[in-house]
Design a binder for this molecule. Structure first.
Ligand SMILES: N[C@@H](CCC(=O)N[C@@H](CS(=O)(=O)O)C(=O)NCC(=O)O)C(=O)O
Length: 207
């Protein structure tokens, strides 16, 4: 398989990518980096931004998790049918990234003191995506078919359902979206796999 993911033993910033590759019927290799090894610095200094994850696609070496989604989307027809759709897909993925950054800040920096306030404020963010999906005739964020932004939104919603199991109860379009994505055969198979289940969502054991 042309794809190799190098990352720590977490779903983290590769959660959406793995779901997308599975749904696209793509295989990939995993190089799992032990954090103590990482702290020695040899691998770190070879990383463009000094961080993981890293995605190799043949001879191409990429960093930045959202870049992976765009690259795979471009290669496998999951980036819209024209520049207009591509721009809207970028926009929604950037919106998902904003939510992801807020989530990660709470998880890694203020879980014990900030989790309840985060969950209380969550509807203000979820409502924005609910409004988009309510208007979608295809059930996807942009246009008539699935794009990398859908995988990104789906994965971030799965993580939020672990944090707060009832968080989608007042968002029927988001709930339907998660059901629809979860029941896609290759996604269902991946979510049922040990490879998926054995990895924690985040690196600090909080979720
Ligand atoms: N913007 C980058 C962020 C990458 C990042 O924050 N990597 C962390 C690990 S994780 O937060 O993604 O799990 C890292 O390498 N940390 C180790 C270090 O910075 O030395 C992306 O989206 O890929």
């Amino acid at each position: 398989a042309p794809y190799t993911i190098t990352y720590f033993a977490v779903r983290g910033r590769c959660g959406a990518l793995r779901i997308m590759l599975s749904d696209l019927g793509q295989e990939w290799k995993e190089i799992v980096v032990n954090f103590d090894e990482w702290m020695k610095g040899d691998l770190k200094k070879t990383c463009v931004f000094g961080q993981l994850p890293k995605l190799q696609d043949g001879d191409l070496v990429l960093f930045q998790s959202n870049t992976f989604l765009r690259h795979v989307g471009r290669k496998h027809g999951a980036y819209g049918k024209n520049d207009t759709e591509a721009a809207l897909i970028d926009m929604f993925n950037d919106g998902v990234e904003d939510l992801r950054i807020k989530y990660l800040k709470m998880i890694y920096q203020e879980y014990d003191t900030g989790k309840d306030a985060y969950i209380k404020d969550l509807p203000n963010h979820l409502s924005k995506f609910e409004a988009v999906l309510e208007k979608s005739s295809s059930g996807f964020l942009v246009g008539g078919s699935i794009s990398f932004a859908d995988y990104s939104l789906f994965e971030v919603l799965l993580n939020h359902q672990v944090l707060s199991p009832t968080c989608l109860d007042s968002f029927p379009a988001l709930n339907g979206f998660v059901q629809k994505m979860s029941s896609r055969p290759k996604i269902k198979a991946f979510l049922d796999s040990d490879a998926y289940k054995k990895l924690p969502i985040n690196g600090n054991g909080k979720q």
